[in-house]
Design a protein around this ligand. Structure first.
Ligand SMILES: [Zn+2]
Length: 340
């Protein structure tokens, strides 16, 4: 099969890879209908994360089940399925508490590399959710968003306790931040402030439910949020970047007693103890347990209530993956979809 391999920073190739096989009796093999490039795929692309030799890429996927191991019961050959970036058994205590991304048996899907024609899905019963009927092309795009960026934005909105009566601020205008806006809207937030300085992303944020746009960043951004909230700060803040500046912007934009949902991977972020102490905010985040939300998200998508697939502003055949990486690296694309 064909699949994306990263050889070195900036060096992405589509090459022949060995076809996946059932290894564990709980595995399934899917034919990937659509995959995509993640903001986190840019870390090794930019040389921030070290590569240990040629590496298969991709952890977002939707597709059709082609083969199942003898112990798989909840999905069958021919089902259209969506899963997230962590395979999980969905039965251990951590999973049952709703934290499937930290499942005691979790498998990181990035090690499998789903930017390919086929993929092995471990713990298929726990990991995969089948759609009630075969999706349309449009629905496939939205289901793929649910695989990571929508599920992550949704978790951030839930962790930040977005809901009726709340003002939600969103730090980060990437796909996760934009879909955090959509999630906050669906959860009933009164007011949603998107922080973005890009016209195209501001427009999408408004389409997804943002009521206000703040273009300032850092301390100026915090001051603007306070100005819009009677000097108090937002009730709920979604942090979807993962830098020192964005994390501090999120904490300082939150009113005392408010909640920060942080899902940007916090590379080299350090929190000052006293600053945190006196902010009086709740912090909750981490790798999103997307699997917790997948059944609900699949329903909302298949009933046409949400259309998160709109975050994909570039669609390429798998063979042109290198162009997709470049477009995302140069921020010409919010999120690039790859068709095997
Ligand atoms: Zn588990």
């Amino acid at each position: 099969m064909r699949g994306v391999i990263m050889h070195a920073p900036g060096d992405v190739r589509v090459e022949e890879r060995e076809d996946p096989k059932i290894i564990e009796p709980t595995d399934a093999i899917i034919r990937v209908a659509a995959a995509c490039i993640c903001g986190s795929d840019l870390w090794p692309y930019r040389g921030i994360e070290k590569l240990e030799g040629p590496t298969p890429m991709g952890h977002e996927y939707v597709g059709v089940v082609e083969e199942i191991g003898p112990e798989v019961k909840s999905v069958k050959v021919g089902d259209f399925v969506v899963g997230s970036f962590f395979a999980s058994d969905n039965t251990c205590e951590i999973c049952r508490a709703g934290y499937q991304s930290r499942c005691v048996h979790n498998v990181v899907m990035g090690t499998i590399g789903t930017q390919a024609e086929r993929a092995r899905i471990p713990l298929a019963d726990g990991t995969l959710v089948a759609t009630p009927n075969p999706p349309t092309t449009e629905e496939i795009r939205s289901l793929l968003a649910a695989s990571d960026v929508l599920g992550t934005g949704w978790f951030a909105a839930v962790a930040a306790e977005s809901g009726p009566g709340k003002t939600v601020a969103v730090v980060g205008d990437g796909a996760v931040g934009l879909l955090g806006v959509l999630a906050a809207k669906r959860l009933g937030a009164d007011r949603i402030i998107a922080m973005s300085r890009h016209a195209d992303r501001q427009a999408l944020a408004r389409k997804f439910g943002a009521t206000d746009i703040v273009t300032e960043r850092g301390d100026a951004g915090v001051a603007k949020i306070k100005e819009l909230t009677d000097g108090l700060g937002a009730h709920s803040v979604i942090e979807a970047v993962g830098t020192q500046e964005s994390m501090m912007q999120a904490i300082h934009s939150t009113r005392p007693g408010g909640h920060v949902g942080y899902v940007g991977v916090a590379y080299e972020v350090e929190l000052n103890g006293l600053d945190l102490f006196f902010s009086g905010v709740h912090l909750h985040g981490g790798p999103a347990p997307v699997r917790r939300f997948l059944p609900e998200l699949v329903d909302l998508i298949m009933s046409g209530e949400i259309n998160p697939g709109e975050v994909f502003d570039l669609t390429l055949p798998l063979d042109q993956a290198a162009d997709g990486y470049q477009a995302m690296d140069e921020r010409r694309s919010i999120k690039t979809l790859l068709l095997p």
